[in-house]
Design a protein around this ligand. Structure first.
Ligand SMILES: C[S@@+](CC[C@H](N)C(=O)[O-])C[C@H]1O[C@@H](n2cnc3c(N)ncnc32)[C@H](O)[C@@H]1O
Length: 372
């Protein structure tokens, strides 16, 4: 690295002139280099933030204001759930023993959530080292549980701070927080919040009696998703289902994996409590596992609906599910056996048990439907 030398009086004079004519110079300065003449040098350490997600930026914004009693958001902050409430309900804060007993789908979501939080904290810590990990985690979870997607329309006179390059944005760039809207709890059959250029609105989906809770729908979410992202599960959830990947993928040979990837049928196998119980992808993979490959090919290419092979497919899935049901019973015993206090609170244990009972019910329904 060539040493930067003082460029001399006339350059200092020129920089002053440039600034007085509107050039904004921030953290850099002109300097003289041995072999290349004049150039630019970093005048102070310039930190290079890694790409910071919108989630991280919202959390940092809240964290910087949170300790200030006169902050304009204070009345809103005062009605947020406390850190202790989050510690009780959100699996991210649960003990390792309890986390290890989550259903597979919830465990996968928790791993992704933890890595997003780690990534976001690192990117913000580089810019705002004063924000503690504890406060960042709290406000990050506030954003996670109280944010809505804002798919605002492209408007010629949109607010200058809104990103302009819409086609390059993903759903993760369209986060918005909306105090008061975030009072609404979720139901799978709740009202559908609408977003337009002016903001959000919620219109009643039916008549309500005074005193009845009005829900919105946060989206078509399974109970594993609701548990990890929001800290609750619904007793009845029309969007619930059970991923079967962890039962099926381990049965595949590397050749079968390759075939499925080429055909677009690798992974995302689900068991649903409603009809059809097993999805088309599961039908395909089980055919590859149990039948001559031409029968699988005829099914995935659509030349044969595969009804003739359905008995063999069902038998295979039933065997998988019966084995899984036995594992579920063992896991439920382990959850029941956890010590109250160190390992889990009574409420955490009961939520996890309720979830496992739901998973067992989906499995039992699957076995019944496929047997009859
Ligand atoms: C957008 S906030 C709704 C307001 C929140 N109940 C509160 O007290 O501030 C989302 C959070 O509300 C809770 N929640 C939402 N829907 C729920 C439901 N159907 N049953 C239980 N808790 C729910 C969860 O803790 C979730 O993380």
């Amino acid at each position: 690295m060539a040493a930067a030398m003082d460029p001399g009086e006339e350059h200092a004079h020129f920089v002053e002139w440039a600034q007085s004519n509107g050039v904004d110079i921030n953290g850099i300065a002109p300097a003289k280099f041995k072999d290349s003449g004049m150039g630019i040098v970093a005048a102070t350490d310039i930190k290079f933030p890694t790409k910071t997600s919108i989630h991280a930026r919202l959390a940092a914004y809240l964290a910087l204001r949170f300790p200030d009693d006169d902050c304009q958001h204070r009345p809103w902050q005062d009605i947020w759930p406390s850190r202790d409430e989050f510690k009780e309900i959100l699996p991210l804060h649960w003990s390792k023993q309890l986390q290890d007993l989550l259903p597979h789908a919830a465990a996968v979501l928790l791993t992704a959530q933890r890595s997003n939080l780690d990534r976001d904290y690192l990117s913000i810590h580089a810019i705002h080292p004063s924000i503690s990990r504890d406060l960042f985690t709290y406000v990050w979870l506030i954003v996670n549980t109280r944010t809505f997607y804002w798919e605002y329309p492209d408007l010629p006179n949109a607010h200058p701070r809104l990103p302009k390059k819409r086609p390059q944005l993903t759903a993760d760039d369209c986060y918005a927080m909306c105090p008061f809207m975030d009072y609404f709890n979720h139901s799978d059959k709740g009202c559908d919040p609408k977003a337009d250029a002016k903001g959000y609105s919620v219109t009643a989906d039916r008549a309500y009696r005074a005193g009845e809770e009005v829900y919105v729908s946060y989206g078509s979410h399974t109970n594993d998703f609701l548990l990890v992202e929001y800290g609750f599960i619904l007793d009845t959830n029309g969007c619930d289902s059970l991923p079967l990947d962890h039962l099926i993928l381990s049965q595949l040979s590397s050749e079968q994996v390759q075939v499925l990837k080429e055909d677009g049928f690798y992974g995302s196998y689900t068991l649903s409590p409603t009809t059809p119980t097993i999805c088309h992808r599961t039908q395909a993979v089980v055919r590859l596992l149990t039948l001559p490959s031409r029968r699988y090919t005829a099914f995935v290419s659509g030349t044969d609906e595969g009804t003739g092979d359905q008995g063999r497919v069902n038998e295979y899935v039933i065997r998988l599910l019966v084995k899984y049901e036995r594992q579920i019973m063992e896991i439920m015993e382990e959850v029941e056996g956890l010590k109250t206090g160190g390992d889990a609170t009574t409420a955490q244990r009961s939520t996890l048990l309720r979830r496992w009972k739901q998973v067992r019910a989906i499995v039992k329904t699957g076995i019944d439907v496929l047997t009859n």
